[in-house]
Write a protein that binds this ligand. Structure first.
Ligand SMILES: Nc1ncnc2c1ncn2[C@@H]1O[C@H](COP(=O)(O)OP(=O)(O)OP(=O)(O)O)[C@@H](O)[C@H]1O
Ligand SMILES: [Mg+2]
Length: 262
């Protein structure tokens, strides 16, 4: 059975794309078949895996418009088992198209497009933009789970209750199966007291929502790690850029925790 997991947080720059790319790669490295779906017009996930706009003619925008089938835009990455459905700046215009009166259920368009191919993958990971607009609603409507990256910085928990309300609303209406798989503390720095405070707050209030390593009481935390920030500029995930770095180890731990929770 395939699992569809959205990486979501309406706050910008919290590590959604870094998590989507490196979790997908770590799952593939464990032998899983993974599709990474780039649903952000910034197309950071696409470029992070080394694809530039000249490498592909069609992208997720054309799929959502109905011009192309999802299977026709998928690209194979350098990592065995990992494919990507790329995005492009043209995706900025999609919300307007969604409101076309011929679309009876604009929040279910992505779900419809995934139907034909989802059985081919163990995991489909969706990188969402930082907004609670119709693209995010489409991602949440088709997902089984969400992972919420939380940056260990000031205002980290701001907006979290609004996001949880949105998820609950979707659960009560169009997607009853939707569940929060977990909160993921990101960009944690041991030298930074504020980082420690945010992590302690998360452990105190949401310990059951965090991810844990096998046989360990310590929750999985993504450290602030320069290799994670550098890898995208080489068009590589952390798995083929710096497999033994602290960032890589953390995402591999996360992948194992997710496989175990399946
Ligand atoms: N653990 C980390 N250590 C160091 N740098 C990181 C880490 N995680 C993310 N970054 C860097 O922080 C920036 C924001 O991360 P990212 O793009 O993953 O966030 P995002 O939530 O997807 O942002 P957006 O809301 O713009 O889509 C990027 O430059 C990324 O390389
Ligand atoms: Mg992003």
């Amino acid at each position: 059975m395939s699992q569809i997991i959205s990486i979501v947080n309406q706050k910008g720059g919290v590590g959604k794309t870094t998590t989507a790319v490196n979790l997908s790669s770590a799952l593939a490295e464990k032998g899983k078949k993974v599709l990474l779906l780039d649903m952000d017009s910034q197309s950071n996930a696409t470029t992070s895996l080394g694809f530039s706009k000249n490498d592909y003619e069609f992208n997720i925008y054309h799929v959502l418009l109905g011009i192309k089938k999802l299977k026709d835009i998928i690209l194979k990455s350098d990592i065995k088992g990992l494919s990507i459905a790329p995005s492009n700046i043209s995706l900025v215009g999609i919300e307007k198209e969604f409101y076309n009166p011929k679309n009876k259920n604009p929040e279910l368009i992505l779900k419809e497009k995934l139907k034909d191919i989802k059985h081919k993958y163990d995991y489909i990971i969706i990188d969402l933009p930082s907004a609670l607009g119709l693209i995010t609603i489409n991602g949440l409507s088709t997902s089984d789970y969400v992972i919420i990256p939380i940056q260990c910085e000031f205002f980290a928990l701001e907006g979290l209750s609004q996001l949880q309300n949105t998820i609950n609303l979707l659960k009560q209406t169009i997607n009853p199966k939707l569940k929060i798989k977990g909160f993921l503390p990101t960009m944690y720095s041991r030298q930074n007291n504020l980082s420690k405070e945010v992590l302690n707050d998360l452990i105190h209030h949401y310990s059951e929502k965090l991810f844990y390593k096998k046989n360990s009481k310590n929750c999985i935390v993504i450290p602030r790690n320069i290799k994670l920030a550098e890898a995208p500029s080489f068009g590589k995930s952390i798995i083929n850029y710096a497999i033994n770095s602290k960032g890589s180890i953390a995402y591999k731990d996360l992948a194992l925790a997710i496989i175990k929770k399946t």
